[in-house]
Design a protein around this ligand. Structure first.
Ligand code: ADP
Ligand code: ADP
Length: 220
């Protein structure tokens, strides 16, 4: 079984837009995959479905072995908190809080006790190369460092699946390359990593690409 299994998945929005059309896709544990396509091709919609933030109009979404349609909202929240990590183009860090607190607070929903949250947060910040920046607040960090804090937050609980939505979109090319190298490291250490991007060059360097066009998978 895969960590992501989409079977005949379609998504239509009110007003008649078909954002995804009959998509069947399997992503195995441990893969590093780029989901690539131009604006409007359905990437965000696919990310929302895989992230269990939205439900399909038709078809089945299985994440980490669970049929999303069969889970209650409470079970879905638990799946998201314990099994998925999210990284966005905007870093979404709390401005008044240190890097350590930003990362530790990401473990609140997973129900990890305070002392353990701090321990796991320190560990994650070390993994992303920010051991010497734990007490810095976001405004004291560069864009690339902020994104590494956001990645530390996403992986602190060691989820099997990391979803990254345009993770280098707000970064200069050097910082973007460093963030991409970090995502590769996480993949090397066993995490399944999905990178959503409209950047064809970035995607071309990944071991697998899923290309979307007008809501359909072109090549996978
Ligand atoms: P991408 O992320 O590749 O830009 P999206 O998944 O955001 O693509 O969009 C796919 C299509 O669905 C587009 O035509 C977009 O306008 C439409 N769409 C996305 N979200 C909504 C929504 N909430 N309501 C209506 N249409 C939407
Ligand atoms: P991204 O930068 O990831 O491509 P978008 O700008 O396409 O995101 O969309 C931002 C948000 O607006 C998403 O939650 C998407 O679902 C929603 N959205 C996109 N297109 C439409 C639309 N035509 N109508 C309503 N909501 C939309």
């Amino acid at each position: 079984t895969g960590v992501v299994e989409l079977d005949g998945v379609s998504k239509w929005y009110p007003g008649g837009v078909t954002a995804l059309r009959d998509v069947t896709l399997k992503i195995g544990y441990g893969e590093l995959v780029g989901i690539v396509g131009p604006s409007g091709s359905g990437k965000s919609t696919m990310l929302h479905l895989i992230g269990t933030l939205d439900r399909p109009s038709a078809g089945t979404v299985r994440i980490d072995g669970h049929d999303v349609a069969r889970l209650s909202d409470r079970k879905l929240s638990a799946l998201r908190a314990l099994r998925l990590g999210f990284v966005f183009q905007q870093f979404h860090l709390a401005p008044g809080q240190t890097a350590l607190d930003n990362v530790a607070d990401g473990l609140l929903y997973a129900g990890v006790p305070l002392r353990e949250r701090r321990r796991q947060a320190e560990d994650a910040l070390e993994r992303v190369g920010l051991a010497d920046r734990m007490d810095h607040r976001p405004h004291e960090l560069s864009g690339g460092q902020r994104q590494r804090v956001a990645i530390a937050r996403a992986v602190a609980g060691k989820p099997p699946l990391l979803l990254a939505d345009e993770p280098t979109g707000n970064l200069d090319s050097a910082s973007g390359a460093a963030v991409l190298a970090l995502l590769r490291d996480l993949h090397e250490s066993g995490t399944t990593v999905l990178i959503i991007t409209h950047d064809r060059d970035l995607a071309a360097g990944l071991p697998r690409q899923v290309t979307l066009r007008d809501g359909e998978v072109m090549a996978a």
